[in-house]
Design a binder for this molecule. Structure first.
Ligand code: FAD
Length: 493
């Protein structure tokens, strides 16, 4: 059953000339199938005419987009592919898929009432260059590609960004060999423009920074990933995709396909169920659930491991009158014994400067305050052998991080290694983010991006993005391309 939404406007949506539907120039033409389509954009709230002109104006490629809300005989909306998770990875994937398959029906299902509320809206906002990641890994490849795609996308769609550059600074001799290794790694990963500099040049670039050697990455930048993700969502909708917010997916079921004798031909065998009785049907599903990616994978019969363990990162804010202390990104040389990059100085696109984040176990998957607690998340994390092994291995580091989380001056002390003039009174407490860290049962953090498919009839139709940690925001557009390739290979779209 197709629901055709009548267009009531009396002016052309695109060029505003008076016309019954859209003006001749902008009017959509019927599709080859000659079904009676009405051109609308997505979403139940703002249906409006959309045409080839709009699509071209958005710079999203040629073509005409038609949209109808397709319903099953029981009144459940039907799609070819549902993407679960309205974070940057899910939205980039949705945008890529609809660009490649303009005649198919896509929907994004997001549990919150807004897009990009979790990791995408709570991060450092750094466009990483790809220096740190193991050569040959997906992270290395997709980050280097992703950075270019982010800059191209921002240029094309007027999203504010700045190529502020980054210094990775060695402050004592023991760090220099690791810094040089990092430089070599960056070269192998094809990171452009890297160079090593000494103390004088460090001072020239960052007058208040103390260091004996530094790696310069001129192409590292900053952007608001929340804004970028919302733009992906906007384009997806303009191209005919639908976004259902407040749709908290809690089950996948296989339902019988329509019999060919009924002539309905709605081959949507997956029923996606959400809380409060919400349902949609579709042929295929892609999950990009961030902090809930393991639970979504389990819903389709995948292995529970790697398990997601949430690690909160608290930022400090530099007071505006001290903003002159830092110009660009200043990062420490990462210690390979620990799974995090270490606290850093990050300018924000709004002109402020964030310091941090630290890394402490969070007692709630989406708990941004120190006091946030969820009993099932806590039991789930603490009862996991992998976490206990990790905690045992990094007990001292973990305790120090917790202490620094409570005591501001202790965190500032760490930062003073790079900017000695920084004082505890120069900073205030800032926002927090929660990282979805995928942890194996042996206590090892899964470093690379992980994609997974279940088994059985339903599992074969669901692709899970199980691990998309930093730099997944930088890599979102290249991850999206990879997922779209996988979809083409694995699903018969
Ligand atoms: C503190 C911090 C700093 C970071 N800094 C950087 C950085 O500087 N540069 C960089 O590139 N990356 C950085 N990252 C990493 C980056 O933010 C993430 O890798 C990226 O945002 C992941 O995007 P996502 O879409 O997978 O996850 P998310 O943004 O978390 O989105 C997942 C979405 O799925 C939804 N969802 C979950 N379960 C369900 C369900 N059952 N039904 C419906 N919807 C559901 C959630 O509500 C959420 O909106 C940082 C991360 C953190 C936490």
């Amino acid at each position: 059953m197709f629901v055709v939404t009548p267009l009531t406007q009396t002016t052309c949506y695109i060029c505003r000339t008076t016309s019954r539907l859209t003006c001749l120039k902008c009017r959509p033409r019927p599709t080859r199938s000659r079904r009676k389509y009405t051109a609308t954009t997505t979403g139940t709230r703002d249906r409006h005419a959309v045409s080839c002109c709009t699509v071209r104006n958005l710079g999203l490629g040629p073509g005409l987009r038609f949209h109808t809300t397709r319903m099953s005989s029981t009144g459940v909306p039907e799609y070819d592919v549902c993407i679960i998770g309205g974070g940057i990875v899910g939205l980039a994937t949705a945008q890529e898929l609809i660009l490649r398959h303009p005649n198919l029906k896509f929907a994004v299902l997001e549990k919150e009432n807004e897009l990009a509320l979790h990791q995408t809206g709570h991060n450092s906002g750094v466009i990483h260059a790809g220096i740190y990641y193991a050569p040959g890994s997906l992270k290395a490849k997709l980050c280097v590609e992703g950075l270019k795609l982010v800059y191209e996308y921002c240029d094309k769609h007027n999203i504010n960004y700045e190529r502020v550059g980054k210094l990775i600074v060695a402050v004592d001799k023991s760090e220099v060999p690791r810094l040089e290794e990092l430089y070599q790694r960056g070269l192998v990963n094809n990171v452009e423009g890297l160079s090593l500099i000494g103390p004088d040049e460090i001072r020239e670039r960052e007058p208040y920074c103390k260091g004996i050697k530094a790696l310069v990455s001129p192409n590292t930048g900053i952007v608001d990933y929340g804004e970028m993700a919302r733009m992906f969502g906007k384009h997806f909708k303009t191209l005919g995709g639908e976004i259902h917010t407040e749709f908290d997916v809690n089950a996948f079921r296989q339902v019988n396909e329509s019999e060919s004798s009924t002539n309905k031909g709605l081959k949507c065998p997956i029923l996606v169920e959400g809380k409060h009785g919400k349902t949609v049907r579709c042929r295929y599903v892609i999950t990009c659930g961030g902090l809930f990616s393991d639970r979504l994978a389990q819903l389709s019969g995948c292995e529970p491991n790697p398990r997601i363990v949430p690690f909160r990162g608290d930022y400090l804010l530099l007071k505006p009158e001290k903003r002159h202390l830092v110009r660009g990104n200043i990062y420490p040389v990462p210690d390979p014994r620990f799974p995090f990059l270490g606290v850093h100085f990050t300018p924000r696109i709004d002109g402020s400067l964030w310091l941090g984040p630290n890394a402490v176990l969070a007692f709630k998957r989406e708990g941004y305050r120190l006091t946030d607690f969820n009993i099932s998340d806590t039991i789930n994390a603490l009862s996991y052998r992998g976490l206990r092994k990790l905690a045992y291995k990094h007990l001292i580091f973990g305790m120090k991080e917790m202490y620094r989380g409570f005591v501001k001056s202790a965190q500032v002390k760490q930062l003073q290694r790079y900017i000695p003039d920084l004082k505890p009174e120069d900073v205030t407490r800032g926002p927090s983010g929660v990282r979805a860290m995928a942890l194996g049962p042996d206590g090892s953090l899964v470093d690379d991006f992980v994609f997974d498919m279940g088994s059985g009839d339903i599992g074969r139709r669901i692709l899970h993005v199980r691990n998309a940690p930093s730099p997944a925001a930088t890599s979102s557009l290249s991850i999206a391309k990879m997922v779209a390739d996988k979809v083409q290979d694995s699903f018969s779209l």
